[in-house]
Ligand binder design. Structure first.
Ligand code: NAD
Length: 475
């Protein structure tokens, strides 16, 4: 069994000043697979001091310097792809064939290089100079479900902006973060520019959030924790960028390729075992097409292979931990007790699996908009099929949750798709299952958050705006 007893502060691996041991459990086997030392508020203090010392030089470094650093990081991550992927499989249970976690992380740095190369940090407004300057030391707090990509999305933008960082990944995916940090170190990231403090939310997360010398916290996680972060950050008036939960709807119009829409929804909905913030967890089909839609859904679900993530034939692994298994099981029970109709899946592990936090790919029909399973984020492989009579009703159901992260439309009529897309109150809307695009902003409406990541919008989260009045010769 591996032991990881160090944090990364000021360019070195150091023993935590105080903290707790944490046991990493492999979710596919429920076996203990590693011991980690978590940090404390004192360790956050050391990391912030290191990041502050590094800030004056890094924040004034040239674009070319930072682009070269980002390019070295791309190479360092790419050369460690097998190791990083193995860590994700071990901690999260992702099937070995799912390299998407590492490819996605590399893509964030490539996008940051492109954005930074094209970005002008100074502009003119009515004869005034407007400068965008790095905001300062940034606290990056991330969830476990895309452990490499979530951290890299934030980090690539923060580095491109010229900020220094104290990162706290989820305690459930600490090994992945350690492997990523090894890549950053090998890439020659300057001392103090990136610091890793492993820990839980209540101790390390909270210390980062409250710290007076951190100017920005970028948080990805649940809406519940995001609210606590914003409250704790308020007394120091730091910028808080929240990337929170979702309950995204897929509106399938009558003219859509129904088979394709259902196959896509099942694949996307069960990707990462449904532990995906943008999961299309509510499928809205026209009431006249329900029977046909369910036939396509059953056929697609029959192809999902749940099991050992180390088996290349597996397409869906376990949930991340016991708490998540219990939570998702409770939602399935709730769906049954609320009167939703079970189309496939249900309570208990899939046949043949006696250990591990495996859940059957589950689909409910006859789900009503007011039901808990239609309102709350389940964050597991559970989809709800709902029907609509008119397109207006479909839009109204799609918008009737506290969340507003993603939205999906399937139709052969692009104009109609555009019109429906414009009416969806969400930060990202996709037509006919289009893939994600890292240049496009990502973030939430309503209780899905207030931040924007990726591309220019993501870079600008890490920049302050300064007006310089009377300095422009040409004015
Ligand atoms: P979580 O809120 O439990 O934890 C997220 C992170 O916050 C972890 O690092 C955790 O240790 C830390 N944390 C928890 N409480 C804290 C506190 N009081 N102060 C500071 N830090 C604290 O979420 P999770 O279970 O790790 O992740 C699942 C959630 O993340 C889902 O709701 C999902 O939708 C969301 N998510 C959102 C996006 C997005 O881009 N909007 C992306 C991925 C995941």
């Amino acid at each position: 069994m591996n032991e990881y007893d160090k944090l990364y502060i000021d360019g070195e691996w150091v023993t935590p000043l105080a903290g707790e041991p944490f046991e990493v459990v492999n979710p596919a086997t429920e076996d203990l697979c590693a011991r980690i030392s978590l940090g404390s508020a004192e360790d956050v203090g050391c990391a912030v001091r290191a990041a502050r010392r590094a800030f004056p030089i890094f924040s004034t470094s040239s674009k070319a310097f930072r682009i070269a650093l980002l390019e070295r990081i791309v190479k360092a991550i790419a050369s460690r792809t097998p190791e990083l992927a193995a860590a994700v499989t071990q901690e999260l249970g992702t099937p070995v064939n799912a390299m998407i976690h590492i490819d996605g992380a590399i893509a964030t740095f490539k996008q940051a290089i492109k954005t930074l190369s094209e970005y002008e940090f100074e502009s003119r407004v009515d004869g005034n100079i407007v400068r965008r300057e790095p905001i300062g030391v940034c606290g990056l707090i991330t969830a476990w479900n895309w452990p490499v990509q979530l951290l890299c999305t934030k980090l690539s933008a923060a580095l491109a902006a010229g900020c220094t960082v104290v990162a706290k990944p989820s305690e459930f995916t600490s090994i992945t973060a350690i492997k990523l940090t090894e890549a950053l170190h090998a890439a020659g990231i300057p001392r103090g520019v990136f610091n890793l403090v492993l820990g839980d939310g209540a101790t390390v997360g909270s210390a980062i959030t409250k710290h007076p010398d951190i100017e920005l916290v970028s948080f990805t996680g649940s809406t519940k924790a995001g609210i606590l972060v914003a409250q704790a950050a308020a007394p120091t008036v730091k910028r808080v960028c929240q990337e929170l939960g979702g309950k995204s709807a897929n509106i399938v119009l009558r003219d859509a390729d129904l088979r394709e829409a259902m196959r896509w929804n099942v694949a996307r909905g069960f990707a990462n075992s449904g532990q995906s913030c943008h999961a299309p967890s509510r499928i809205l089909v026209h009431e006249a097409q329900l029977g046909e839609a369910l036939r396509h859904i059953r056929a697609a679900v029959a192809e999902v292979r749940v099991g050992d993530p180390l088996d290349p034939a597996t397409t869906m692994g376990p949930l991340v931990n016991r708490a998540q298994f219990d939570r998702v099981s409770a939602y399935i029970e709730r769906g049954l007790s609320e009167g939703a109709r079970l189309v496939c899946g249900g309570l208990g592990r899939p046949e043949g699996l006696r250990r591990g936090y495996f859940i059957k790919p589950t689909v409910f029909a006859d789900v009503q908009p007011h039901m808990i399973i239609a309102q709350e984020e389940i964050f597991g492989p559970v989809l709800s099929v709902m029907t609509y009579e008119t397109e207006e009703e479909a839009v109204s159901i799609a918008n009737a949750t506290p969340y507003g992260l993603g939205g999906f439309v399937f139709t052969r009529d692009r104009e109609k798709g555009l019109s429906i897309g414009r009416q969806i109150r969400a930060g990202r809307v996709f037509l006919n299952g289009s893939p994600s695009n890292m240049a496009a902003p990502m973030g939430g409406y309503k209780q899905s958050g207030n931040g924007r990541e990726m591309g220019v919008f993501g870079l600008e989260e890490y920049l302050e705006v300064k007006a310089m009045i009377g300095f422009d010769d040409a004015a």
